[in-house]
Design a protein around this ligand. Structure first.
Ligand SMILES: O=P(O)(O)OC[C@H]1O[C@H](OP(=O)(O)OP(=O)(O)O)[C@H](O)[C@@H]1O
Ligand SMILES: Nc1nc2[nH]cnc2c(=O)[nH]1
Length: 180
């Protein structure tokens, strides 16, 4: 895909690398949740492609639900104050839950979600994120399943956007501004 004017895309993780890692994660999850009722919760919007690929490598009778959070701009987000704009459709009581994210950066989003989901009566709550940017962490979150650790670069593709663009890139790419 061509980059927009003033931007350049550098592949950080190829579609092939991503697919192979997700296959591996799916196998581990399949082994870990044998005979356990499992609900995967995708955090919209960024996780939609990762979740869609991951579930096809999980060989278990799972169900899927989604949550969406407001992002009132970076000042609100960086304070850790987030608001749920789409909550779960179904009860998670009596189920094991795996929260699925595209990226953990400051950790503020997942920290909030983790607390929220844990208060809803699940048997267990674990977190699976495709990407982890540990250098930017402000609050510790347990990452039980992780795809890749990446450096402190702004990335797009494979669900991740900038202003809603580039989510459909098959690779995860570093976004470089060329007009600075
Ligand atoms: O660890 P944090 O610093 O909280 O950042 C991670 C969050 O940021 C992104 O969401 P974004 O608000 O861009 O929404 P989107 O998923 O709809 O693109 C990403 O999908 C995570 O939810
Ligand atoms: N698109 C995108 N969203 C993010 N949210 C937190 N870090 C990132 C990132 O590197 N890229």
């Amino acid at each position: 895909m061509q980059a927009a004017q003033g931007e350049r895309l550098e592949v950080l993780l190829s579609a092939q690398q991503i697919a192979s890692r997700i296959q591996n994660l799916g196998k581990r999850i399949t082994l870990d949740y044998q005979n356990k009722p499992l609900i995967l919760i995708g955090i919209l919007k960024g996780s939609f492609i990762f979740l869609a690929d991951l579930v096809r490598y999980i060989d278990l009778p799972i169900s899927v639900d989604f949550m969406a959070l407001s992002s009132y701009g970076s000042s609100t987000k960086s304070s850790g104050v987030v608001r749920i704009i789409k909550d779960l459709d179904h009860s998670i009581e009596g189920h094991h839950v795996l929260v699925v994210e595209d990226i953990v950066d400051t950790g503020l989003t997942l920290n909030y979600i983790y607390g929220h989901v844990k208060s809803r009566g699940a048997l267990s709550v674990k977190i699976c994120s495709l990407l982890d940017k540990p250098d930017r962490r402000q609050v510790a979150v347990p990452l039980h399943y992780k795809g890749f650790e990446i450096p402190d670069e702004f990335v797009v593709g494979y669900g991740l956007d900038v202003g809603e663009r580039y989510r459909n890139l098959p690779d995860v790419c570093k976004l470089v501004r060329t007009d600075a």
